[in-house]
Design a protein around this ligand. Structure first.
Ligand SMILES: [Zn+2]
Length: 459
């Protein structure tokens, strides 16, 4: 017997099957891991966990331990619009495009306090379904989103909804000059640059409401500050037609010719791409996000093809207004069927992309797409963003292959305990950082008032 003192760490998770999602696809049955200063310092068999001593040890026996999921495109400010479009659609055909007639007018109505409340509710929802990091698409009052993320303990990148063009009826509160748009973006990134978990990206809402000068200046700022730009790209036919009519080029060609298509650009959707535009993604290295609940209504998403060609991809919900659920496990399940239809079945190929590969995109893929190669997997040196998932139900048993179960069967509500940056933020489905019941009550009363006002605007 070795006579060694246990090494002090901050947290030990012991027992359970560790699905690491590392490059080698390592799974450790009856494993354990140790966390210090927000990072994993060791993982191995549970029988060796005696080597570490921590003020807190989580027993994960009969559970799966895996990295938290990444929501690589969401809208925190639109959270209370969940179900709203369905409600409108039951009465009449909604006005198109939806972002112009509903989402932007709604965002323009919100006070800073509304955005804080909306973000708290969205982030609480995300933690409870196993999402440990998000990339905000860009909305109003992003500092309030950052404050909410700081308080609740999630990791994320906030962003300002950025546009300097009217685009036929931009609501006044969302309008800004080119100069203001640039300065507000730079200042936002600066204010959150030193926070451990919560940072800001630059943003461009989308091509048709951003001037060429703004696009170039934001791209220059991204290079200088070494930060990502979150945008929507190749999402709508109107966007392709706008670029063809105005510039004689398709959207991605236009951005490439401006010299702004680079690894700094993070492009949600990326659906309506010509073969030549896909080549531009491969050549210039922008990252992309596949929003499975929305993308198949837009066109034929080339996730499998682009991912295999090395385009950094994550999965995203696009927020509760668009996809209803904020559960990225469900996005992965939907994407498997969607990709099967577009990239497998036409060639009589049984599996276009496996659930295990989609879980890789939802974890390590999303982290890399957002510029965090040290997240989205479990191993020494990785960020300690970890979820503990119950798999003791008949719906999951037997767990002969933990990776199969994690990728094919688990959904967000199976997540029991969540660790972000080494801190336990949810334990046995109880959020430890906020008073969940008080938040629910506040959301219920304020949402009613906001919707009463919105019904007047959206009628
Ligand atoms: Zn979006």
């Amino acid at each position: 017997m070795e006579n060694r003192q246990p090494e002090p760490v901050d947290l030990v998770i012991r027992g359970g099957d560790i699905v690491t999602m590392d490059e080698a696809g390592t799974v450790i049955r009856d494993g354990a891991l140790a966390v210090r200063d927000g990072r994993i310092v060791w993982l191995g068999p549970a029988t060796e966990a005696w080597r570490f001593q921590a003020p807190e040890t989580l027993d994960a026996g009969d559970h799966i331990v895996m990295p938290g999921l990444i929501d690589a495109h969401m809208h925190a400010a639109q959270h209370f619009l969940r179900g709203k479009l369905s409600e409108i659609s039951r009465k009449r055909a909604p006005k198109m495009p939806v972002w112009k007639h509903y989402y932007l007018p709604y965002e323009a109505m919100l006070t800073p306090e509304d955005v804080h409340l909306s973000a708290l509710a969205a982030y609480a929802n995300m933690l409870m379904v196993g999402t440990t990091c998000f990339a905000e698409a860009g909305g109003p009052h992003p500092d309030m989103m950052a404050r909410a993320a700081d308080e609740i303990g999630i990791r994320g990148f906030v962003a300002l909804s950025t546009t300097d063009q009217q685009g036929g009826g931009m609501p006044a509160p969302l309008s800004m000059t080119t100069h203001d748009a640039i300065e507000r973006n730079r200042a936002l990134v600066g204010r959150w640059a030193t926070h451990r978990r919560v940072k800001a990206f630059l943003a461009l809402r989308q091509i048709i409401i951003c001037s060429e000068d703004l696009i170039k200046a934001i791209a220059a700022a991204a290079s200088e500050l070494d930060v990502k730009i979150h945008t929507h790209l190749a999402e709508g036919t109107y966007e392709v037609d706008f670029c063809l009519e105005r510039f004689g080029k398709r959207p991605t060609e236009y951005l490439a010719d401006l010299g702004v298509l680079s690894h700094h650009l993070h492009c949600a959707h990326s659906v309506l791409l010509s073969p030549g535009e896909v080549d531009l993604y491969v050549r210039h290295g922008p990252s992309a996000c596949h929003c499975g609940f929305h993308n198949y209504a837009l066109g034929v998403p080339r996730l499998t093809e682009m991912w295999r060609r090395g385009v950094p991809f994550g999965l995203g919900t696009d927020g509760a207004a668009s996809s209803a659920t904020l559960d990225v496990f469900q996005v992965a399940h939907v994407a498997r069927i969607g990709q099967q239809v577009v990239a497998g079945t036409p060639w009589h190929m049984r599996t276009a992309i496996s659930s295990e590969e989609l879980l890789t995109i939802a974890t390590r893929g999303g982290a890399k797409a957002l510029g965090m190669p040290d997240a989205g997997w479990l191993g020494p040196g990785a960020k300690a963003d970890i979820i503990v998932v119950a798999v003791d139900d008949f719906d999951q048993q037997p767990v002969a292959d933990p990776l199969f179960v994690a990728a094919n069967i688990v959904v967000g509500r199976d997540v029991r305990t969540v660790v972000v940056d080494g801190r336990v933020v949810m334990k046995n489905r109880e959020l430890l950082t906020i008073d969940a019941e008080a938040l629910k009550a506040k959301v219920a009363s304020r949402r009613t008032a906001i919707m009463a006002a919105f019904d007047g605007v959206a009628a």
